[in-house]
Design a protein around this ligand. Structure first.
Ligand code: NI
Length: 247
């Protein structure tokens, strides 16, 4: 079995190690605006030459035929995805991006403050950056429109003030997040199960399929789901008891 470090041990951007999702609860709640500003204000320049494999994992690799394990977070890892409304907007955006770019969605989970996606671009010529933009941008737009009209006080939590004085409202953490190419069936199965077990590890549900905002229920045999994953394009795996296993 190939051992793969958990995604949260990986950096979201060069120079900024994304810490575990069990970051103290205060990061998710109230009055935390700006808590991580000092941490985030001095990332290493992205233009620096690759010096380590750790850096390399942050690059966008557009390799035909390979699945991508993507992880990205809400601004300052706030729990913007803890409500159903934002999750529904996310899945609508994912559905639209899937249709536009022609990638398969193999697995996903929308955790309160971060997202894991396992996608498989079917076209030879694709751009993970463009795919991510088309997934994330509509969510930001929908949320901002909603917040501006119904809950303007929430705008402060979405305010991203940069060290250079510029500021904007963001739903997502700046940067592309974390992108890993999947090279083996073992790793593929491991990542699918890892994704689905996120909410269980967090204590949000007892079993993966009980979490509404993931593809686990479909893997467990339920078909009435918000977004049907493209499992038919997973030829090398078998699903046993809701878990993916290499053949
Ligand atoms: Ni996670």
């Amino acid at each position: 079995m190939v051992r793969v470090a958990g995604c949260h041990a990986q950096p979201e951007r060069a120079g900024k190690v994304q810490t575990a999702e069990n970051r103290p609860a205060l990061a998710l709640g109230h009055g935390t605006l700006g808590l991580y500003n000092s941490r985030m204000s001095s990332p290493l320049p992205r233009t620096s030459a690759p010096r380590s494999s750790r850096y390399k994992t942050c690059r966008r690799y557009n390799v035909p035929g390979h699945a991508h394990f993507l992880t990205f977070s809400c601004l300052r890892r706030q729990a913007f995805l803890s409500g159903g409304r934002a999750c529904e907007w996310f899945l609508q955006a994912l559905e639209a991006a899937r249709a536009k770019h022609g990638f398969g969605v193999w697995a996903y989970v929308l955790m309160p403050e971060h997202v894991h996606l396992l996608i498989w671009p079917r076209r030879d010529d694709y751009s993970i950056s463009k795919i991510l933009t088309d997934i994330k941008q509509p969510v930001t737009r929908a949320v901002l429109k909603f917040v501006r009209t119904t809950a303007p006080s929430f705008l402060g939590r979405m305010l991203d003030e940069r060290p250079n004085g510029e500021s904007s409202h963001r739903f997502w953490q700046r940067g592309g997040g974390y992108d890993r190419n999947i090279w083996s069936d073992h790793e593929l199965a491991e990542k699918i199960n890892y994704i689905h077990e996120n909410p269980v590890r967090r204590g949000l549900v007892k079993v993966p399929q009980d979490f509404r905002w993931s593809s686990a229920a479909f893997y467990a045999g339920q078909t009435a789901v918000d977004l049907v994953p493209d499992v038919e394009s997973l030829p090398e795996l078998v699903i046993r008891g809701g878990r993916a296993c290499p053949r």
